[in-house]
Structures are given as structure tokens and as C-alpha cells.
Ligand binder design. Structure first.
Ligand code: FAD
Length: 128
């Protein structure tokens, strides 16, 4: 088994580190952003500063390739994402109810974003 050094704890670095570690390799991950990992998705959204990931505070979706990879290799990660609030959306079978739910999610996101701006919270990624 190899000793592997991964630089960067974004989605690619974390995914790489997780898969290699589960294959039995010894993995060390270096991440430039300091500070503890929040305990909940809500805390991550409200207060986790990730200056190294400029697009951190935005809604995100996983495309089918990554979803399939999660299903095959990391089903526990997918389940944890689901329990943290991620929802599954199939565009081919989207119903009026799902579209309404997505509109609500984006409305909530937009309101949270405006609230942050009103509080004039710093945007560390722009300060670098
Ligand atoms: C506005 C926007 C919206 C997006 N929306 C989506 C979406 O909805 N769905 C989707 O699949 N993709 C989306 N993407 C693309 C996706 O965010 C990127 O493809 C993905 O973040 C790349 O992952 P990464 O791990 O390579 O890099 P990053 O996510 O950029 O992570 C890099 C990490 O490395 C760390 N780092 C950098 N330098 C060092 C160093 N010298 N030492 C230690 N650590 C370091 C950083 O702090 C950071 O944590 C979006 C991108 C943008 C810009």
C-alpha cells in the first residue's frame, strides 16, 4: 500500500482521499483553509469560511456521473448528504410539485444570500 499526499480539501481532494484511504492506502490531506469542520449543514452554510472555495456559498447540484459514482463507491456519503438536506431531482420526471419545491429552495437561498450581504459579512475569497 502507498503513502499518498493530497493537496486541497475541495470535492476532488476529499473524494480522492476518501477512496484511496478506503482502499487501504495511507493518506494525508493538506487543506489551506483553517478552522474546524462544522457539525451540521446549517452551521456550514451560516458560518464556515472557505476562502479557498470561491463558489462555496451557493446551491450546487451533482451531475449524473458523480451521482452514479457516489451510488457505486460511496453510498454512505450519498446517504449522509441526503440526511443533511440534499434532495434528488430527476429533470425527466419532474413534477409541478418538485418544480415548486425547487423554486422555494432557490428563494430561500437568495434570501439568505441577501441577509448575509446586508450584515456586510466579509467575503474572504475576495480579500486574498
Ligand atoms: C460559481 C460556480 C458554481 C458551480 N456550481 C457547480 C455545481 O452546481 N455542480 C458541480 O458539479 N460543479 C459546480 N461548479 C464546479 C465545481 O465547484 C468545481 O468543479 C469543483 O469545486 C472543483 O473541485 P476541486 O476540489 O478541484 O477544487 P476546489 O473546490 O476549488 O477546492 C480546492 C481546495 O484546495 C485548497 N487549496 C488550494 N491551494 C492549496 C494549497 N496550496 N495548499 C492546500 N490547500 C489548497 C482550497 O482551499 C480548496 O479547499 C461550480 C463552480 C463555480 C465557480
Amino acid at each position: 500500500m502507498a503513502s499518498v499526499l493530497v493537496v486541497g480539501g475541495g470535492i476532488c481532494g476529499l473524494g480522492t482521499a476518501l477512496l484511496l484511504a478506503r482502499d487501504g492506502h495511507e493518506v494525508t490531506l493538506f487543506e489551506r483553509d483553517t478552522g474546524p469542520v462544522p457539525e451540521s449543514a446549517e452551521q456550514a452554510w451560516s458560518s464556515w469560511e472557505r476562502a479557498g472555495v470561491a463558489q462555496f456559498r451557493q446551491p450546487h447540484n451533482f451531475m449524473p456521473g458523480l451521482r452514479r459514482l457516489l451510488e457505486a463507491e460511496l453510498p454512505d456519503v450519498q446517504e449522509r448528504l441526503r440526511r443533511s438536506g440534499a434532495s434528488r431531482f430527476d429533470m425527466r420526471r419532474s413534477t409541478t410539485a418538485q418544480n415548486a419545491q425547487n423554486r422555494r429552495l432557490f428563494k430561500n437561498f437568495r434570501e439568505a444570500q441577501l441577509a448575509r450581504q446586508e450584515k456586510r459579512l466579509p467575503c474572504p475569497s475576495r480579500e486574498r
